[in-house]
Design a protein around this ligand. Structure first.
Ligand SMILES: [Zn+2]
Length: 299
């Protein structure tokens, strides 16, 4: 049975925050995700431990183009890798100006420290898979599933009976039953997210593998839990959003709600803070605000 390896990028020195997954083959190694530019040295170490160099990476499958998942793809392309990316994300990997400007507005002076360099991917090294069309790479087959909701440019990839879920399956730290949904701007969309999870629950996978962080062996429970959280978030928004709170107020309110959800799962203060580092509520609040204004607020 083929196996995959989890490479921990120790993002900002935090273990189990961002993962890259490595799948060896006869001519090198395939990666799912590249991680950000800032953790390229950690990726090099992780690959070395498996017996590979950056030059051995033949293919990178990106679940979506957020910087924590795709930032180092250009650097890998420079060393020869082919980059597989959703049709809506592909143009931004080739011409990243708008992607970087939009991230810059969010992260401001923290941009470089958090994410490092982002090199564009040469167009001839980009491959654009299509929803449900199997992709055969060096004897491995991946089936991409279009899964908007967290981002409009999002794929989950089925490989054997393992589903690499990117961010559509949320954040769940190892050993925990607590699930959090990152709802960042500009594309968080509640109804699309629900439909994507319903779609993935039909996919024959024994395991879901989260970029934040690692394998989940109870995918049916996990998927149902996400649907439940989406319903509760919907109800929460209907209570809080009609007052149109400013971003700071909204962040505080959403943080209180998130804390309560954590309490239901028995989360300690320390665990709560780890989740916040991986998936900050201020970011989710901005996504909720944008979604509400665009799709739900009465004109
Ligand atoms: Zn993301």
């Amino acid at each position: 049975m083929a196996e995959y390896h989890v490479i921990d990028l120790y993002f900002q020195g935090i273990p189990q925050a961002i993962a890259v997954f490595a799948i060896p083959h006869e001519g090198g190694v395939i990666l799912v995700e590249s991680g950000p530019g800032s953790t390229l040295p950690a990726l090099v170490c992780g690959l070395e431990r498996l017996g590979y160099r950056l030059e051995d990476v033949t293919d990178v499958l990106l679940t979506h183009i957020h910087l924590d998942h795709a930032g180092a793809a250009g650097a890998l392309a420079r060393r020869g890798a082919r980059i597989h990316v959703h049709p809506r994300g592909a143009p931004h990997m080739v011409n990243p100006e708008r992607l970087l400007a939009s991230a810059g507005r969010l992260y401001k002076e923290d941009m470089d420290r958090l994410w490092g360099y982002f090199l564009p991917v040469p167009e001839e090294q980009v491959n654009i898979p299509q929803d449900g069309q199997p992709l055969e790479l060096h004897g491995h087959v991946f089936v991409p599933y279009d899964t908007p909701g967290h981002a409009s440019h999002h794929f989950a990839y089925l490989w054997n009976d393992v589903l690499f879920t990117g961010d559509i399956a949320g954040v769940r730290l190892p050993g925990s039953r607590h699930v959090r949904l990152p709802t960042p701007p500009p594309e968080f969309h509640l109804e699309q997210w629900r439909a994507s999870i319903q779609k993935l629950l039909q996919v024959p996978a024994r395991q879901w593998v989260l970029t934040h962080f690692g394998p989940v062996d109870d995918p049916q429970w996990h998927g149902q839990r996400i649907l439940e959280i989406l319903d509760r978030l919907d109800a929460w928004m209907q209570t809080h959003m009609p007052q149109m709170p400013d971003a700071e107020t909204l962040t505080q309110q959403l943080l209180a709600w998130t804390w309560d959800l954590g309490q239901e799962d028995g989360l300690t203060q320390e665990e709560h803070e780890r989740y916040e580092k991986v998936n900050p509520t201020w970011m989710s609040a901005l996504g909720v605000q944008r979604y509400w204004r665009k799709f739900r607020a009465q004109a």
